[in-house]
Design a protein around this ligand. Structure first.
Ligand SMILES: Cc1cc2nc3c(=O)[nH]c(=O)nc-3n(C[C@H](O)[C@H](O)[C@H](O)COP(=O)(O)O)c2cc1C
Length: 173
């Protein structure tokens, strides 16, 4: 990813997952910007019922990877953020937080991939979550490597999304 998206609409349409990262950690100012984008996300009743759990330990990344089925990016991530849904929180809000963090990352040249923690009990145990706290997804970040850039180009040339005609329903299903 050489040119970062600056126009918000182009950034939204251009966001693709990145699963392969360069070795260097995500710079502190980029980490701060990503977390700040999460912090300013709107939520139901402005409840902000979330916590941003940052996993910095390689062994902890490995343990978490065992909680998912397609979870190699959890091992490879240079920054790993688990948006935890705290009591009274909504999964919808967690989705918004995640997308905002990933868009903010892309704007700074940081690639990202959401990864599903299919075994939620496993994730709760690894992360030592208190009761009524949930972690279903983890967000992997890192500067894209060359292979990631090739994959992105291939995904774009394949189209990659259903046509709007297949998605729009008017008035009633
Ligand atoms: C809710 C959600 C869960 C996902 N879980 C995984 C996952 O477990 N492992 C993975 O490699 N990618 C995961 N992805 C990434 C998707 O596979 C990816 O967004 C999709 O294939 C479209 O890719 P593109 O946005 O690059 O076009 C997930 C994405 C979302 C939105």
């Amino acid at each position: 990813m050489s040119a970062y998206p600056t126009d918000p609409y182009e950034a939204i349409l251009g966001l693709r997952v990145v699963r392969k990262y360069r070795p260097e950690p995500v710079a502190a100012e980029d980490v701060a910007a990503i977390l700040e984008a999460g912090r300013w996300t709107g939520s139901a009743k402005n409840g902000q019922d979330w916590a941003f759990l940052i996993v910095e330990d390689g062994e902890q990344q490995e343990r978490l990877a065992k909680c998912g089925q397609f979870s190699q990016p959890l091992r490879d991530a240079r920054l790993l953020v688990v948006p935890v849904r705290t009591p009274d929180g909504y999964e919808f809000d967690i989705g918004r937080v995640s997308q905002n963090m990933m868009l903010a990352a892309a704007a700074r040249g940081v690639g990202s991939c959401p990864v599903t923690l299919h075994d939620e009990a496993c994730a709760a145990a690894v992360l030592n979550l208190p009761p009524d706290h949930y972690a279903r997804y983890a967000l992997c970040f890192g500067y894209p490597d060359d292979e990631a850039a090739r994959e992105q180009r291939a995904a774009r040339s394949m189209g990659g999304r259903k046509a709007l005609d297949e998605l729009i329903v008017r008035n009633r299903y």
